[in-house]
Ligand binder design. Sequence first.
Ligand SMILES: N[C@@H](CCC(=O)N[C@@H](CS)C(=O)NCC(=O)O)C(=O)O
Length: 234
Amino acid sequence: MPIEMFDLAGADPEVRFSPFCWRIRMAMAHKGLDVRTVPWRFVEKQAISESGQGAVPVILDKGRVLHDSWAIALYLEEAYPDRPKLFSGTQARGLSNILRFWTQTALHPVILKTIINDLFAAIAPGDKAYFRSSREARFGMPLEKFAFSPESGAAVLEKALGPFRAALDSQDFACGSKPAFGDYIVFGAFMWARAVSPIELLDRQDPVYEWRERMLDLHAGLGRNAKLAHGLTV
Ligand SMILES: N[C@@H](CCC(=O)N[C@@H](CS)C(=O)NCC(=O)O)C(=O)O
């Protein structure tokens, strides 16, 4: 039986853009697990009510319902110990947890501000009113005012990526010579942007761009072949 995963979809059900869901899509591919994704929209809270909350990813596996990308990654590691590791040991788990909070505090807000207009354009029509009101309440301003220009977004991101870029000088992946869950955490943020926005977030000379290229090719090009709302490849 494949694992079932509720995965945030846009107006086009094949466009999947949640950074948190991307972490888990990559993690399941890393472990070679069979998955069936179910397109899910922000307003479809009822479909995931068994998880006891309202956000994706949510997975159904072996009769269990799990939510939260970090909890799901820990579960997959424990439930499938003979498959390739997402964390090689407790130290790697601890360090990946730091990457998780760094990604969510240093990268997600900048990326969101940069892509918000494209993101809003890509979401399903039935999600737009909910998205606008929930996000405007969160940001304390209209979406249009919250948005960065593409140039200032890329410049702020370039700076925020400093420590990550420096590490890539001496290693190919965040987790060392091979990718693991820490890489998927950071990569999820880039798939979020790529799926909905044609804005070039990274300079082609940037080592982070090269890392993202390597990540796009992993697992038979799972990221590279993903459907994009804007139909362009960036
Ligand atoms: N901490 C959660 C966050 C999940 C999350 O925020 N997912 C977003 C999609 S990117 C969501 O489903 N939001 C529902 C909403 O805004 O109502 C995780 O790591 O899985």
